[in-house]
Design a protein around this ligand. Structure first.
Ligand code: DHE
Length: 551
């Protein structure tokens, strides 16, 4: 009999699992009719074109959430027109650009009205199944077997070819073209400078031995279905010991053996959002950097807004410092001392600063611009503000400088010291080098063809407090001399000495692309690299600068 037992007084009046309202799985009332084939095609288009910004489960990040509760409120006509024409806030004009046919736009407008399918998980059995040691460590050379100046080699992504090109930074010759995953996102170099790691969008990691007579893959693995980041351990005493890769789907990271890519430890990043403390099913792994101050990897978890500092000294008793930062963490880099990690919470318009020595949050600062997008950013010494780190923006034409010298310039430290205008919105990357007096800012995704094919250059020694700096515009696309298509210029990257800066002139895969090399002192064209093998070049990574985090 209720009431007789005193324990009943403590029973919370909560809904139990058995009482929750559920819907019958399968087709629901009001669902648009779609055949299995159409749904399959919609899923393919969604994963290829939309998931990067909106998320696999459509919870939103750089792009708006697209769960059916929201899409159904907007309705078919609105969605159809949005997909066709895009928006100034960053949604591409898939229809009018011709990238999607009218029929595909119609398909996608219906597709997003339905519940998103959940792709399968990818755990240890799947990873082991994909893992290949192509050349065992004992069969690899014991010294460098080629005549390449490895430190000045450039690893260049050939996006749509699913390859990278290794280009000699001294002679501009393509030394090797190596098969990789699809659309390699970044290249990273082991602490010793010997191994090159790349990760494709399809989450395939290739480990390339630069000592071989013909550098090629010595190990490979697939760590999920969708990924963007890879890195290797850089702490003294732990050089080349581990590699790590982060996945978008499933949301997880994996720590691997640094010699063979054998997967050792997979950690899911699913969990609660840092501030609301509500569960998120898809917190994707964005940028990963290796700490120089502790044996740790620094991992951006995008949707939950957490930065993880994962100690790799004892994988069995894994210690992680979990820092509450800001939602939508994306890319970032170290300051010139390598002590501080500065990263963009891009959809929040903020920069987050972490002290990698103390393992603590230092600051969260609004940039004043829309959607900061630094890549690894650019470190230089401003004549008035001292050491600063710079980001450009995807959503507007501004460049923001954050002070990075709390000892010498406490006034500016971790605050926006200055902000000025570059060429236009749609910038992806910004770059300088300790030996350069120039700051280069691209405008890759600017809707204007001429702007997207140009680069702004600021002279650092001319920068002054309260004076809007002037810039020189370099017509990189025009210099490439490509008549066909609408190539975009992306990602400045310096050679080892900091005397030349390289740009990708990124055209459609059936059109001519190029790499344009500019003399950093004179700002004159030095070389146009064209080759039928240079299909859709995007990111370029100089071995020495990437190995030593010089940027
Ligand atoms: Fe990137 C860096 C994710 C679109 C070229 N990009 C990064 C990083 C992340 C990321 C998380 C940081 C990795 C790190 O440091 O560990 N990129 C994403 C996306 O989610 C996004 C917005 C959408 C998508 O669908 O992928 C996206 N990126 C692009 C492109 O469209 C680019 C231009 C060409 C491509 O390959 O798709 C592109 N991203 C790059 C490059 C870097 C990068 C070249 C490294 C820059 C650097 O100098 O460090």
């Amino acid at each position: 009999v209720h009431g007789d037992n005193p324990a009943d007084a403590y029973q919370p009046s909560m809904t139990t699992l058995a009482e929750i309202q559920v819907q019958i799985p399968g087709r629901k009332e009001g669902d648009p009719v779609m055949t299995q084939d159409e749904f399959q095609r919609g899923t393919k288009i969604y994963f290829e074109r939309c998931a990067g910004c909106h998320g696999v489960l459509r919870k939103g990040a750089t792009g708006k959430p697209l769960t059916p509760d929201i899409t159904r409120e907007h309705g078919y006509d609105y969605l159809q027109s949005f997909i066709t024409y895009g928006s100034p806030a960053g949604m591409p004009n898939w229809g009018t650009s011709g990238e999607l046919s009218e029929a595909d736009v119609d398909l996608m407008a219906r597709y997003v009205l339905l519940e998103p399918p959940t792709p399968p998980e990818f755990g240890m059995p799947e990873m082991l199944d994909s893992w290949k040691v192509i050349v065992a460590p004992e069969d690899r050379p014991t010294k460098k077997m080629n005549d390449i100046d490895i430190e000045n080699l450039m690893s260049v992504t050939l996006r749509d070819a699913g390859e990278i090109a290794l280009i000699d930074g001294n002679t501009y010759d393509i030394r090797e073209v190596i098969k990789t995953g699809y659309a390699v996102h970044i290249s990273r170099i082991s602490a010793s400078g010997r191994y090159l790691f790349v990760i494709g969008r399809d989450a395939r990691v290739n480990m390339i031995d630069l000592w071989m007579e013909h550098p090629s893959s010595v190990a490979e693995i697939k760590i999920g279905m969708e990924a963007r980041s890879v890195e290797t351990s850089k702490m003294e005493g732990w050089e080349d010991k581990y590699a790590i890769a982060g996945a978008y789907w499933p949301p997880q990271y994996v720590i691997m053996d640094g010699d063979t890519l054998e997967p050792k430890k997979i950690v899911s990043t699913r969990g609660n959002i840092y501030d609301e403390q509500t569960y998120h099913p898809e917190p994707r792994v964005a940028a990963i950097l290796a700490s120089h101050y502790r044996p740790e990897f620094i991992i951006n978890v995008k949707e939950t807004g957490k930065i993880l500092m994962v100690d790799y000294t004892d994988l069995k008793n894994l210690k992680t410092t979990e820092i509450e930062a800001e939602r939508f963490l994306h890319d970032g880099g170290l300051d010139s001392t390598h002590r501080y990690f500065i990263t963009a919470a891009n959809a929040r318009g903020k920069l987050v600063v972490i002290d990698t020595k103390e393992g603590k949050l230092v600051a969260i600062t609004e940039t004043g611009g829309e959607t900061p997008h630094p890549g690894r950013g650019a470190n230089f010494v401003h004549p008035d503000y001292g050491p600063v780190w710079a980001t450009s923006h995807l959503g507007d034409d501004s460049v923001a400088l954050i002070g990075t010298d709390p000892e010498g310039h406490p006034e500016q430290a971790w605050k926006i010291a200055d902000s000025f205008y570059a060429l236009g919105g749609g910038s992806l990357f910004i770059k300088t080098h300790p030996n350069s007096d120039n700051l280069y800012v691209d405008a890759t995704l600017n809707p204007d063809a001429e702007t997207s094919a140009s680069v702004a250059v600021f002279k650092i020694s001319d920068m002054k407090e309260s004076v809007e700096p002037e810039y020189t515009t370099l017509p990189i696309g025009e210099w490439a001399g490509i008549a066909d298509g609408q190539p975009r210029v992306v990602q400045p990257e310096f050679n080892k000495e900091g005397t030349e800066v390289w740009f990708s002139v990124w055209n459609a895969k059936d059109k001519v692309s190029a790499i344009v090399v500019v003399d950093d002192k004179t700002l004159e064209l030095k070389k146009v690299i064209k080759d039928p093998r240079l299909i859709t070049p995007t990111g370029k990574f100089n071995v020495y600068n990437t190995q030593k985090d010089v940027y």
